[in-house]
Design a protein around this ligand. Structure first.
Ligand code: PLP
Length: 447
């Protein structure tokens, strides 16, 4: 019996032993095409020699120096790189080791900002249902996925959730995108009014919703209205780009495509591309200055913040994306994958929606396309797809609870930016086989 406290304690996992471009290889030699980058992490695949070299060089020079004693060259260089390319107004980077830590830091930074500027009454966070912001308690409280929250509810700080911008299910018949976005903006306005605008600290949202909705983009204009509302009430806009950022949607920051800048933005997965565990919370000049000119220090910190080797690895990943023109490639290959998915699944009776942006795409599965009825949760369609795909040698990221945290199934795809056309063909072929196998099992009625 394994002594590892695995995610699922009754499952056995294949042992991953090697990487080869977009493939992972297990101990038996079986190859798995990584069509989801794990969980939208591995943006350069699994064997990038430039990144491996940069990490080895840094380890051999100086692996780690605690950030309360020193700064380091890789940390400074990575902060420069990110700020120079960040949305307007972003001026400073706080490094952490992953996505949940980035969200925790964002929440505390927002709180401390309001204390520094003399608005201590601002404590309330508004976020959206069906979002995921991480599993630590602050991030989990912010997330709006009912299933993930439920067992820990008594431990979670109070957060108010509004509707996601989820056109496939949220838009009413005959309603235009603009009218739908406006209706959601009105809901946010009303929620702020109910809480008391002067008590609201931040609105938190993923520009493209990943794990819990399956690559759902907002309707045009929605985020501009959100930005306007936050500005009018002095509320900070925190965008969580842990999954959708760092090129995943075809621009370095996903919010570039929404035409807005956040006050704080969190990044992680594609930052280190899986070569190193690293995340970051990027803040505007205004926030940095308020803390610098106020108490002078951010009352937060972890042992590994700004880890030199992690920063060196992430810098190599980011330089590689830029030097090899991979953002353009994400857009191009993303269109290619979306086209293939539409060709293959556009008329599939159990695929209700194909969506997403760049190499961040999702399929929503339904029992009935007409009524959009989901499969009963007990049929575990998403789990069956994952398992059938792994048998085929395909990694994808299916999840359940798409509608309300319990009902609904989707599959998220987030392959590495280096995928070639033959990989896209392989993804679609294997995914079709996996979905069909899972559907046969499901429709046969087994629980
Ligand atoms: N935020 C978003 C949008 C995510 O998708 C995730 C992870 O999936 C997180 C935060 C948490 O990141 P981590 O798992 O690195 O803690």
């Amino acid at each position: 019996m394994s002594r590892v406290f695995h995610r699922h304690l009754t499952s056995t996992y294949p042992t991953a032993v090697a990487g080869d471009g977009p493939y992972l290889i297990d101990a038996s030699g079986k190859r798995y095409l990584d069509a989801s980058g794990g969980a939208a992490v591995s943006c350069l695949g699994h064997s990038d020699t430039q990144v491996q070299q940069a990490i080895a060089e840094q380890v051999s020079k100086m692996a780690y120096a605690h950030s309360s004693f020193f700064t380091s060259e890789p940390m400074e260089a990575l902060a420069d790189f990110l700020v120079e390319r960040a949305p307007e107004g972003i001026a400073s980077v706080y490094f952490v080791s992953g996505g949940s830590e980035a969200v925790e830091a964002a929440l505390k930074m927002a709180r401390q900002y309001f204390l520094e500027i003399g608005q201590p009454e601002r404590t309330q966070v508004i976020a959206r249902r069906q979002s995921y912001h991480g599993n630590t308690l602050g991030a989990l409280a912010t997330g709006g996925n009912a299933w993930r929250r439920q067992p820990f509810e008594p431990l979670l700080s109070e957060t108010t959730h509004v509707s996601p911008c989820y056109a496939y299910r949220g838009k009413q018949a005959g309603e235009s995108d603009i009218a739908y976005g406006e209706r959601l903006a009105q809901e946010l306005e009303q929620t702020i009014a109910q809480l008391g605008a002067e008590r609201v600290m931040a609105f938190v949202a993923e520009p493209v919703v990943g794990a819990t909705l399956g690559a759902v983009t907002a309707v045009p204009g929605y985020f501009q209205r959100v930005r306007e509302i936050c500005d009018r009430h002095g509320i900070l806009l925190i965008l969580d780009e842990v999954m959708c950022g760092m090129g995943r949607t075809g621009s370095l920051f996903a919010c570039e495509q929404e035409g807005i800048s956040p006050d704080i933005v969190t990044i992680a997965k594609g930052l280190g591309g899986g070569y190193q565990p690293i995340g970051a919370t990027l803040a505007s000049q205004r926030i940095r200055d308020a803390i610098a000119e106020g108490s002078g220090f951010f009352q937060h910190g972890h042992t590994y913040i700004g880890h030199a080797t992690a920063c060196a690895g992430a810098l190599a990943v980011q330089r590689s994306i830029e030097d090899r023109g991979l953002l353009e490639r994400v857009r191009h290959q993303g269109e290619g994958l979306q086209r293939r998915l539409l060709e293959r699944f556009g008329d599939h009776p159990q695929v209700g929606d194909v969506r997403g942006r760049g190499l961040f795409l999702g399929l929503e599965l339904v029992a009935d396309r007409e009524t959009q009825a989901p499969f009963p949760a007990e049929r575990r369609l998403n789990a069956r797809i994952k398992s059938a795909a792994m048998s085929q040698g395909l990694m994808c990221y299916p999840a359940g609870g798409t509608l309300d945290g319990r009902r609904g199934d989707h599959v998220l795809l987030a392959p590495p930016y280096i995928v070639e056309d033959r990989h896209l063909d392989e993804i679609v072929d294997k995914l079709e086989a996996a979905i069909d196998t899972a559907l046969v099992e499901c429709l046969a009625g087994g629980a």
